[in-house]
Write a protein that binds this ligand. Structure first.
Ligand code: UT7
Length: 382
Protein backbone atom coordinates (compact mmCIF):
# COMPACT_ATOMS: atom_id res chain seq x y z
CA UNK A 1 0.00 0.00 0.00
CA UNK A 2 1.33 3.46 -0.93
CA UNK A 3 0.98 6.06 1.79
CA UNK A 4 0.37 9.64 0.73
CA UNK A 5 0.51 12.81 2.85
CA UNK A 6 -2.44 15.22 2.63
CA UNK A 7 -3.04 18.61 4.20
CA UNK A 8 -6.24 18.10 6.20
CA UNK A 9 -6.09 21.12 8.52
CA UNK A 10 -4.89 24.69 8.25
CA UNK A 11 -4.83 27.78 10.43
CA UNK A 12 -3.22 31.18 10.77
CA UNK A 13 -2.75 33.87 13.36
CA UNK A 14 -1.86 37.49 12.70
CA UNK A 15 -1.24 39.87 15.59
CA UNK A 16 -3.71 42.73 15.86
CA UNK A 17 -1.41 45.75 15.59
CA UNK A 18 -1.14 47.08 12.02
CA UNK A 19 1.90 49.13 11.02
CA UNK A 20 1.26 51.21 7.91
CA UNK A 21 3.89 52.65 5.59
CA UNK A 22 3.10 56.05 7.08
CA UNK A 23 4.26 54.73 10.45
CA UNK A 24 7.71 54.13 8.93
CA UNK A 25 7.75 57.57 7.30
CA UNK A 26 7.85 58.92 10.84
CA UNK A 27 10.67 56.55 11.88
CA UNK A 28 13.18 56.51 8.99
CA UNK A 29 13.97 58.29 5.73
CA UNK A 30 11.42 56.45 3.58
CA UNK A 31 8.08 57.03 1.87
CA UNK A 32 4.84 55.18 1.29
CA UNK A 33 5.50 55.59 -2.43
CA UNK A 34 8.97 53.97 -2.22
CA UNK A 35 7.76 51.02 -0.15
CA UNK A 36 4.68 50.42 -2.34
CA UNK A 37 6.50 50.69 -5.64
CA UNK A 38 9.65 48.74 -4.67
CA UNK A 39 7.96 45.96 -2.62
CA UNK A 40 4.15 46.05 -2.98
CA UNK A 41 3.81 46.25 0.81
CA UNK A 42 1.09 48.50 2.27
CA UNK A 43 1.05 47.27 5.86
CA UNK A 44 2.31 44.55 8.17
CA UNK A 45 1.50 43.23 11.68
CA UNK A 46 3.44 43.55 14.91
CA UNK A 47 3.08 41.22 17.89
CA UNK A 48 2.01 42.61 21.26
CA UNK A 49 4.90 42.75 23.78
CA UNK A 50 3.27 39.84 25.63
CA UNK A 51 3.15 37.73 22.46
CA UNK A 52 6.10 35.71 21.19
CA UNK A 53 6.76 33.14 18.51
CA UNK A 54 5.35 30.18 20.43
CA UNK A 55 2.13 32.04 21.31
CA UNK A 56 1.56 32.96 17.65
CA UNK A 57 2.34 29.36 16.66
CA UNK A 58 -0.04 27.89 19.24
CA UNK A 59 -2.94 30.02 17.99
CA UNK A 60 -2.34 28.97 14.37
CA UNK A 61 -1.97 25.34 15.50
CA UNK A 62 -5.28 25.32 17.42
CA UNK A 63 -7.06 26.48 14.25
CA UNK A 64 -5.34 23.85 12.11
CA UNK A 65 -6.25 21.08 14.57
CA UNK A 66 -9.83 22.33 14.68
CA UNK A 67 -10.13 22.15 10.87
CA UNK A 68 -8.53 18.67 10.89
CA UNK A 69 -10.92 17.53 13.64
CA UNK A 70 -8.01 16.29 15.74
CA UNK A 71 -7.22 16.66 19.40
CA UNK A 72 -3.62 17.59 20.32
CA UNK A 73 -3.22 14.12 21.80
CA UNK A 74 -3.53 12.65 18.29
CA UNK A 75 -0.53 14.61 16.98
CA UNK A 76 2.57 12.42 16.50
CA UNK A 77 5.10 15.08 15.53
CA UNK A 78 5.40 18.86 15.68
CA UNK A 79 7.77 20.46 13.22
CA UNK A 80 8.16 24.17 13.83
CA UNK A 81 10.02 26.40 11.44
CA UNK A 82 11.30 29.75 12.72
CA UNK A 83 14.29 32.07 12.79
CA UNK A 84 12.88 33.95 15.78
CA UNK A 85 12.62 31.23 18.44
CA UNK A 86 11.43 31.94 21.99
CA UNK A 87 14.86 30.82 23.23
CA UNK A 88 18.10 29.61 21.65
CA UNK A 89 17.14 26.41 23.45
CA UNK A 90 14.91 24.62 24.20
CA UNK A 91 13.35 24.68 20.77
CA UNK A 92 10.10 26.55 20.32
CA UNK A 93 8.44 23.32 19.12
CA UNK A 94 8.72 22.02 22.71
CA UNK A 95 7.06 25.12 24.13
CA UNK A 96 4.25 24.64 21.61
CA UNK A 97 3.95 20.92 22.40
CA UNK A 98 3.48 21.71 26.08
CA UNK A 99 1.02 24.55 25.47
CA UNK A 100 -1.13 22.39 23.19
CA UNK A 101 -0.97 19.38 25.47
CA UNK A 102 0.31 17.30 22.53
CA UNK A 103 2.04 14.93 24.92
CA UNK A 104 2.39 12.04 22.49
CA UNK A 105 4.16 14.19 19.92
CA UNK A 106 7.87 14.33 19.18
CA UNK A 107 8.94 17.88 18.38
CA UNK A 108 11.77 19.83 16.83
CA UNK A 109 12.61 23.21 15.32
CA UNK A 110 13.84 23.80 11.81
CA UNK A 111 15.81 26.89 10.78
CA UNK A 112 15.90 27.49 7.04
CA UNK A 113 15.00 31.19 6.96
CA UNK A 114 12.00 32.17 4.91
CA UNK A 115 12.23 28.78 3.15
CA UNK A 116 11.65 26.95 6.43
CA UNK A 117 7.96 26.12 6.11
CA UNK A 118 8.43 24.49 2.68
CA UNK A 119 11.47 22.58 3.99
CA UNK A 120 9.42 21.45 7.00
CA UNK A 121 6.48 20.36 4.86
CA UNK A 122 8.78 18.30 2.63
CA UNK A 123 10.45 16.64 5.63
CA UNK A 124 7.07 15.95 7.27
CA UNK A 125 5.70 14.43 4.04
CA UNK A 126 8.68 12.07 3.75
CA UNK A 127 8.32 11.03 7.40
CA UNK A 128 4.65 10.24 6.80
CA UNK A 129 5.29 8.42 3.54
CA UNK A 130 7.94 6.27 5.24
CA UNK A 131 5.26 5.11 7.67
CA UNK A 132 6.91 6.63 10.75
CA UNK A 133 4.22 9.17 11.59
CA UNK A 134 0.51 9.64 10.94
CA UNK A 135 -0.46 13.18 12.03
CA UNK A 136 2.19 15.88 11.77
CA UNK A 137 1.66 19.49 12.74
CA UNK A 138 3.83 21.73 10.54
CA UNK A 139 4.09 25.32 11.72
CA UNK A 140 5.79 28.43 10.36
CA UNK A 141 5.89 31.19 12.97
CA UNK A 142 7.83 34.40 13.21
CA UNK A 143 8.14 37.45 15.45
CA UNK A 144 10.40 39.40 13.12
CA UNK A 145 9.68 42.66 14.96
CA UNK A 146 11.95 41.44 17.81
CA UNK A 147 15.01 41.26 15.53
CA UNK A 148 14.36 44.28 13.31
CA UNK A 149 16.40 47.45 13.59
CA UNK A 150 13.78 50.21 13.49
CA UNK A 151 16.48 52.67 12.47
CA UNK A 152 17.51 50.68 9.36
CA UNK A 153 15.28 51.58 6.43
CA UNK A 154 16.76 48.75 4.33
CA UNK A 155 15.07 46.12 6.48
CA UNK A 156 12.54 47.47 8.98
CA UNK A 157 9.87 48.32 6.38
CA UNK A 158 9.94 44.83 4.86
CA UNK A 159 9.04 42.34 7.56
CA UNK A 160 6.02 41.50 9.72
CA UNK A 161 4.88 39.03 12.40
CA UNK A 162 2.51 36.09 12.09
CA UNK A 163 2.10 32.32 12.01
CA UNK A 164 0.51 29.62 9.91
CA UNK A 165 0.10 25.91 10.50
CA UNK A 166 -1.08 22.82 8.68
CA UNK A 167 -1.89 19.28 9.73
CA UNK A 168 -0.32 16.79 7.35
CA UNK A 169 -1.92 13.38 7.57
CA UNK A 170 -1.18 9.89 6.24
CA UNK A 171 -3.75 8.73 3.72
CA UNK A 172 -4.43 5.94 1.26
CA UNK A 173 -5.95 8.44 -1.18
CA UNK A 174 -3.65 9.38 -4.06
CA UNK A 175 -2.43 12.97 -4.32
CA UNK A 176 -1.25 15.14 -1.45
CA UNK A 177 2.42 16.07 -1.48
CA UNK A 178 3.66 14.86 -4.87
CA UNK A 179 7.23 16.12 -5.04
CA UNK A 180 9.65 18.38 -3.26
CA UNK A 181 12.91 20.10 -4.13
CA UNK A 182 15.21 21.45 -1.42
CA UNK A 183 18.34 23.48 -2.10
CA UNK A 184 21.06 25.45 -0.32
CA UNK A 185 24.09 27.65 -0.99
CA UNK A 186 25.78 28.41 2.30
CA UNK A 187 28.35 30.64 0.61
CA UNK A 188 25.64 33.34 0.47
CA UNK A 189 24.93 33.19 4.19
CA UNK A 190 26.33 36.67 4.80
CA UNK A 191 23.79 38.29 2.48
CA UNK A 192 20.99 37.86 4.99
CA UNK A 193 21.71 37.19 8.64
CA UNK A 194 21.43 38.10 12.31
CA UNK A 195 25.17 38.30 13.01
CA UNK A 196 25.28 38.15 16.81
CA UNK A 197 23.71 36.13 19.59
CA UNK A 198 25.11 32.74 18.57
CA UNK A 199 28.40 31.12 19.55
CA UNK A 200 30.42 33.05 16.96
CA UNK A 201 29.47 36.43 18.37
CA UNK A 202 27.87 35.97 21.78
CA UNK A 203 26.18 39.03 23.23
CA UNK A 204 28.68 41.65 24.43
CA UNK A 205 28.41 45.42 24.90
CA UNK A 206 30.16 45.73 21.49
CA UNK A 207 27.68 43.50 19.62
CA UNK A 208 24.87 45.55 21.11
CA UNK A 209 26.56 48.84 20.31
CA UNK A 210 27.05 47.77 16.67
CA UNK A 211 23.43 46.58 16.48
CA UNK A 212 24.54 43.09 15.46
CA UNK A 213 21.51 41.39 17.03
CA UNK A 214 19.29 42.73 14.26
CA UNK A 215 18.62 41.53 10.72
CA UNK A 216 21.27 42.62 8.20
CA UNK A 217 20.57 42.19 4.51
CA UNK A 218 22.04 42.96 1.12
CA UNK A 219 18.59 43.36 -0.41
CA UNK A 220 19.71 43.79 -3.98
CA UNK A 221 21.77 40.56 -4.05
CA UNK A 222 19.01 38.61 -2.31
CA UNK A 223 16.55 40.00 -4.87
CA UNK A 224 18.55 38.63 -7.82
CA UNK A 225 19.12 35.29 -6.12
CA UNK A 226 15.42 35.01 -5.24
CA UNK A 227 14.13 35.23 -8.80
CA UNK A 228 16.57 32.61 -10.10
CA UNK A 229 16.07 30.27 -7.14
CA UNK A 230 12.28 30.41 -7.29
CA UNK A 231 12.23 29.86 -11.05
CA UNK A 232 14.62 26.90 -10.90
CA UNK A 233 13.02 25.22 -7.86
CA UNK A 234 9.53 25.59 -9.34
CA UNK A 235 10.52 24.00 -12.63
CA UNK A 236 12.27 21.10 -10.88
CA UNK A 237 9.40 20.36 -8.50
CA UNK A 238 6.80 20.49 -11.27
CA UNK A 239 8.87 18.14 -13.41
CA UNK A 240 9.55 15.78 -10.50
CA UNK A 241 5.80 15.58 -9.86
CA UNK A 242 5.29 14.53 -13.49
CA UNK A 243 3.41 17.73 -14.27
CA UNK A 244 3.72 20.63 -16.70
CA UNK A 245 3.48 24.34 -15.85
CA UNK A 246 -0.02 24.43 -17.36
CA UNK A 247 -1.17 21.78 -14.86
CA UNK A 248 -0.50 24.13 -11.94
CA UNK A 249 -3.70 25.84 -10.83
CA UNK A 250 -2.13 28.09 -8.20
CA UNK A 251 1.38 29.02 -7.12
CA UNK A 252 1.78 30.19 -3.54
CA UNK A 253 5.19 31.84 -3.46
CA UNK A 254 7.08 33.24 -0.50
CA UNK A 255 5.68 36.73 0.07
CA UNK A 256 8.74 38.99 0.20
CA UNK A 257 8.26 41.39 -2.67
CA UNK A 258 5.56 41.53 -5.34
CA UNK A 259 8.22 42.31 -7.97
CA UNK A 260 10.10 39.09 -7.14
CA UNK A 261 6.85 37.10 -7.39
CA UNK A 262 5.88 38.56 -10.76
CA UNK A 263 9.38 38.21 -12.21
CA UNK A 264 9.55 34.54 -11.22
CA UNK A 265 6.00 34.06 -12.54
CA UNK A 266 7.01 35.62 -15.85
CA UNK A 267 10.06 33.33 -16.11
CA UNK A 268 7.75 30.37 -15.58
CA UNK A 269 5.21 31.63 -18.11
CA UNK A 270 2.50 31.89 -15.46
CA UNK A 271 -0.19 34.57 -15.72
CA UNK A 272 -0.60 36.78 -12.59
CA UNK A 273 -4.00 35.22 -11.78
CA UNK A 274 -2.28 31.90 -11.04
CA UNK A 275 0.09 33.54 -8.52
CA UNK A 276 -1.21 34.11 -5.01
CA UNK A 277 -0.17 37.45 -3.51
CA UNK A 278 -1.01 38.93 -0.10
CA UNK A 279 2.30 40.68 0.67
CA UNK A 280 0.49 44.03 0.58
CA UNK A 281 -1.27 43.20 3.88
CA UNK A 282 1.44 41.46 5.90
CA UNK A 283 4.84 42.30 4.45
CA UNK A 284 7.38 39.48 4.64
CA UNK A 285 6.48 37.10 7.51
CA UNK A 286 9.53 35.01 6.70
CA UNK A 287 8.66 31.33 7.22
CA UNK A 288 5.09 32.28 8.21
CA UNK A 289 4.31 33.79 4.82
CA UNK A 290 3.44 30.65 2.85
CA UNK A 291 1.17 28.95 5.42
CA UNK A 292 -0.67 32.24 6.01
CA UNK A 293 -1.05 32.72 2.25
CA UNK A 294 -2.25 29.12 1.89
CA UNK A 295 -4.96 29.71 4.50
CA UNK A 296 -6.09 32.89 2.77
CA UNK A 297 -6.11 31.24 -0.66
CA UNK A 298 -8.43 28.57 0.78
CA UNK A 299 -10.64 31.16 2.50
CA UNK A 300 -10.96 33.00 -0.83
CA UNK A 301 -11.91 29.81 -2.71
CA UNK A 302 -8.75 29.95 -4.82
CA UNK A 303 -8.06 26.23 -4.20
CA UNK A 304 -10.55 23.57 -5.28
CA UNK A 305 -10.56 19.80 -4.73
CA UNK A 306 -7.89 18.04 -6.82
CA UNK A 307 -6.18 21.30 -7.82
CA UNK A 308 -2.42 21.22 -8.35
CA UNK A 309 -0.72 23.74 -6.10
CA UNK A 310 2.94 24.76 -6.00
CA UNK A 311 4.56 26.24 -2.89
CA UNK A 312 7.92 27.88 -3.56
CA UNK A 313 10.26 29.83 -1.30
CA UNK A 314 13.73 31.31 -0.92
CA UNK A 315 15.52 32.74 2.09
CA UNK A 316 18.42 32.94 4.47
CA UNK A 317 21.03 30.23 4.21
CA UNK A 318 20.86 30.88 1.36
CA UNK A 319 18.13 28.33 0.84
CA UNK A 320 15.29 27.54 -1.54
CA UNK A 321 12.56 24.92 -1.81
CA UNK A 322 9.44 23.99 -3.72
CA UNK A 323 6.66 21.50 -3.05
CA UNK A 324 4.18 20.39 -5.70
CA UNK A 325 0.96 18.95 -4.33
CA UNK A 326 -2.47 17.85 -5.35
CA UNK A 327 -5.10 19.14 -2.99
CA UNK A 328 -7.51 16.59 -1.50
CA UNK A 329 -11.27 16.87 -0.99
CA UNK A 330 -11.32 19.32 1.87
CA UNK A 331 -11.24 22.93 0.70
CA UNK A 332 -13.45 24.66 3.23
CA UNK A 333 -13.82 24.65 6.97
CA UNK A 334 -16.83 22.42 7.82
CA UNK A 335 -19.91 24.42 8.76
CA UNK A 336 -20.12 23.74 12.46
CA UNK A 337 -22.32 25.70 14.89
CA UNK A 338 -20.12 28.29 16.59
CA UNK A 339 -20.94 26.97 20.05
CA UNK A 340 -19.76 23.45 19.16
CA UNK A 341 -16.42 24.87 18.01
CA UNK A 342 -16.19 27.00 21.16
CA UNK A 343 -16.96 24.04 23.46
CA UNK A 344 -14.45 21.82 21.69
CA UNK A 345 -11.71 24.46 21.74
CA UNK A 346 -12.39 25.16 25.41
CA UNK A 347 -12.32 21.45 26.24
CA UNK A 348 -9.03 20.96 24.36
CA UNK A 349 -7.42 23.95 26.03
CA UNK A 350 -8.66 22.94 29.48
CA UNK A 351 -7.33 19.42 28.96
CA UNK A 352 -3.97 20.83 27.82
CA UNK A 353 -3.76 23.15 30.83
CA UNK A 354 -4.74 20.39 33.29
CA UNK A 355 -2.28 17.90 31.83
CA UNK A 356 0.44 20.52 31.93
CA UNK A 357 -0.29 21.34 35.59
CA UNK A 358 -0.47 17.63 36.46
CA UNK A 359 2.86 16.99 34.74
CA UNK A 360 4.54 19.88 36.52
CA UNK A 361 3.09 18.78 39.86
CA UNK A 362 4.34 15.26 39.09
CA UNK A 363 7.81 16.61 38.46
CA UNK A 364 7.77 18.44 41.80
CA UNK A 365 6.61 15.29 43.60
CA UNK A 366 9.39 13.31 41.86
CA UNK A 367 11.91 15.85 43.09
CA UNK A 368 10.75 15.22 46.66
CA UNK A 369 10.47 11.44 46.24
CA UNK A 370 13.33 10.57 43.87
CA UNK A 371 12.63 6.83 44.24
CA UNK A 372 9.47 7.31 42.14
CA UNK A 373 9.56 7.47 38.34
CA UNK A 374 7.71 10.10 36.24
CA UNK A 375 4.35 8.35 36.58
CA UNK A 376 4.44 8.41 40.36
CA UNK A 377 5.15 4.65 40.34
CA UNK A 378 7.83 3.15 42.52
CA UNK A 379 11.01 2.76 40.42
CA UNK A 380 11.33 -0.89 41.34
CA UNK A 381 7.85 -1.43 39.86
CA UNK A 382 6.04 -1.81 43.19
O1 UT7 B 1 12.63 36.71 2.42
C1 UT7 B 1 13.94 36.99 2.13
C2 UT7 B 1 14.25 38.32 2.70
N1 UT7 B 1 14.67 39.33 1.80
C3 UT7 B 1 13.99 39.87 0.81
O2 UT7 B 1 13.02 39.37 0.42
C4 UT7 B 1 14.51 41.11 0.15
C5 UT7 B 1 14.79 40.97 -1.29
N2 UT7 B 1 15.12 42.26 -1.83
C6 UT7 B 1 14.20 43.22 -2.11
O3 UT7 B 1 13.03 43.00 -1.94
C7 UT7 B 1 14.68 44.51 -2.71
O4 UT7 B 1 16.04 44.40 -3.06
C8 UT7 B 1 14.49 45.74 -1.76
C9 UT7 B 1 13.01 46.02 -1.59
C10 UT7 B 1 15.11 45.43 -0.41
C11 UT7 B 1 15.16 46.94 -2.37
O5 UT7 B 1 14.66 47.19 -3.65
P1 UT7 B 1 15.67 47.43 -4.86
O6 UT7 B 1 14.87 47.74 -6.03
O7 UT7 B 1 16.54 46.20 -4.94
O8 UT7 B 1 16.46 48.70 -4.37
P2 UT7 B 1 18.03 48.86 -4.20
O9 UT7 B 1 18.59 47.87 -3.24
O10 UT7 B 1 18.62 48.92 -5.55
O11 UT7 B 1 18.13 50.27 -3.51
C12 UT7 B 1 17.73 51.42 -4.16
C13 UT7 B 1 17.85 52.61 -3.22
C14 UT7 B 1 19.12 52.66 -2.39
O12 UT7 B 1 19.55 54.00 -2.37
P3 UT7 B 1 20.83 54.46 -3.24
O13 UT7 B 1 21.98 53.67 -2.67
O14 UT7 B 1 20.51 54.11 -4.65
O15 UT7 B 1 20.91 55.94 -2.98
C15 UT7 B 1 18.65 52.33 -1.00
O16 UT7 B 1 19.42 52.95 0.00
O17 UT7 B 1 16.77 52.61 -2.31
C16 UT7 B 1 17.28 52.91 -1.01
N3 UT7 B 1 16.38 52.35 -0.01
C17 UT7 B 1 15.30 53.00 0.44
N4 UT7 B 1 14.76 54.20 0.12
C18 UT7 B 1 13.64 54.57 0.74
C19 UT7 B 1 16.48 51.16 0.64
N5 UT7 B 1 15.46 51.04 1.49
C20 UT7 B 1 14.71 52.16 1.39
C21 UT7 B 1 13.54 52.61 2.02
N6 UT7 B 1 13.03 53.79 1.67
N7 UT7 B 1 12.89 51.86 2.94
Amino acid sequence: MTISAHIVGWGKYLPKEVLTNEYFERLVDTSDDWIRSRTGILERRRAHPKEHTSSLAVKAAWSALEVAGLSPRQVDLILLSTITPDYIFPGTAYVVQDALGAFHAAAFDLNAGCTGFVYALAVAADMIKSGSYRNVLVIGAETMSRILDYSDRNTCVLFGDGAGAVVLQASEQPGGILASVLGADGSGGGLLQQPAGGTRHPATPETIEHRLHFVKMNGNEVYKFAINAMTKASKEAIQKAGLAIDDIDLVIPHQANVRIIHSAGKNLGLPPERLYVNVERYGNISTGSIPVALCEALEEGRIQANDHVLLVAFGAGLSWAAVALQWGDKTTVAERPWWKTAVRTLRNRQAAAMQSVAKRAGRKIDAWWPHRNGNGVEKNGE
